[in-house]
Design a protein around this ligand. Structure first.
Ligand code: APR
Length: 246
C-alpha cells in the first residue's frame, strides 16, 4: 500500500495516499462479487420478494416462520461466501490510514471476515439474533437452522438483529458515523444505490464538511451528483487497482 498504481491519475493517487482520516461507506455491491445477491437491480432480492412481506416488524409479527425461512436461505448463501478483493483492500486500508472508519449497510459480516476490526454495521448483522421478550442479543450461526422460527432459552421467539423497514437505526451508531463523516478528508462510497435513508444522506454530511468523495459503482446513483469522482466498474477490481503497488 505504499505506492499506488501508475495507471491512476497522479493527483488522485496523492490524495488517496496522503489522506489522514478516511471513511468508507459500503452497500450490497461490495459483496456482489462474493456471490451475494444485491437488493435492487437485475437479480436483486427485492425483485423476487416483497420487502413488506419479509423485512418489516409487521411481517415478522404476522408470519415469523416465513421471515425466518428467507433469512435461513440468505444465511445459507452467505455462509458459503468468502470476502472478495474489495473487502480485503478495505481491511488493509484500516491498517494503512491513521484514522479510518468503515460504515456498512451490509448484514453479511464479510468485512469482519476479511479482517476489519472496527466496523459500524449500521443495519445490524444477520448472524446475530434478538429475543423479542428480553431484548438480549446473541450470535446464532447454525446453518441451516434446525428450528424455524428459532427461540431464546427463555422460550420467546428471536428475530434477526437487523434493521427492518420502518425501524430506527441505533442512535449510538448514527452519532459515531456522523462524527467520522464531519471530520474525514476522504470518503469512499462503494456499491450502494444511495436511496435508503439515513445512509443515503451520509455523503452530503461529509461533503458539507469539505471531504473529497470517491464513488465506486457499476452505474450512476444519486451519490454521483455530489461525488468528486465516480469510478464505474466492479469494486473488487477498482479497489485493488487504486491501491496496487507498482
Ligand atoms: N461493484 C460495485 N458496485 C456494484 C457491484 C460491484 N461488483 N455490484 C452491484 N453494484 C452496485 C449496484 O449498481 C447498486 O448501485 O451496488 C448497488 C447495490 O444497491 P442495492 O441493492 O440497493 O443495495 P444497498 O444500496 O446496499 O441497499 C441499501 O436497502 O434493502 C435495504 O437494508 C437493505 O442495506 C440494504 C439497503
Amino acid at each position: 500500500m505504499e505506492k499506488l498504481s501508475s495507471s491512476i491519475p497522479r493527483d488522485l493517487k496523492l490524495r488517496i495516499q496522503n489522506a489522514k482520516h478516511v471513511v468508507v461507506i459500503t452497500g450490497a455491491g461490495i459483496s456482489a462479487e462474493s456471490g451475494i445477491p444485491t437488493f435492487r437491480g437485475e437479480d436483486g432480492l427485492w425483485k423476487n420478494y416483497r420487502a413488506e412481506e419479509l423485512a418489516t416488524p409487521w411481517a415478522f409479527e404476522k408470519n415469523p416462520e416465513l421471515v425466518w425461512k428467507w433469512y435461513d436461505w440468505r444465511r445459507g448463501i452467505i455462509a458459503k461466501a468468502a470476502p472478495n478483493p474489495g473487502h480485503i483492500i478495505i481491511a488493509e486500508m484500516e491498517q494503512f490510514y491513521p484514522n479510518f472508519t468503515l460504515i456498512t449497510q451490509n448484514v453479511d459480516g464479510l468485512h469482519r471476515k476479511a479482517g476489519c476490526k472496527n466496523v459500524i454495521e449500521i443495519h445490524g448483522n444477520l448472524w446475530r439474533v434478538r429475543c423479542i421478550r428480553e431484548g438480549k442479543t446473541f450470535y446464532l450461526e447454525e446453518v441451516p437452522l434446525h428450528e424455524i422460527p428459532p427461540h431464546c432459552s427463555c422460550g420467546a421467539l428471536v428475530r434477526p438483529d437487523v434493521v427492518w423497514f420502518g425501524e430506527s437505526l441505533d442512535p449510538t451508531l448514527i452519532r459515531k458515523s456522523q462524527k467520522a463523516l464531519t471530520t474525514c478528508d476522504l470518503l469512499f462510497v462503494i456499491g450502494t444505490s444511495g436511496i435508503v435513508q439515513p445512509v443515503a444522506s451520509f455523503p452530503s454530511i461529509a461533503k458539507q464538511s469539505g471531504a473529497f468523495i470517491i464513488e465506486i459503482n457499476l452505474e450512476p446513483t444519486p451519490i454521483s451528483a455530489i461525488a468528486n469522482i465516480s469510478l464505474r466498474g466492479k469494486s473488487g477490481e477498482i479497489l485493488p487497482a487504486l491501491f496496487k503497488t507498482d
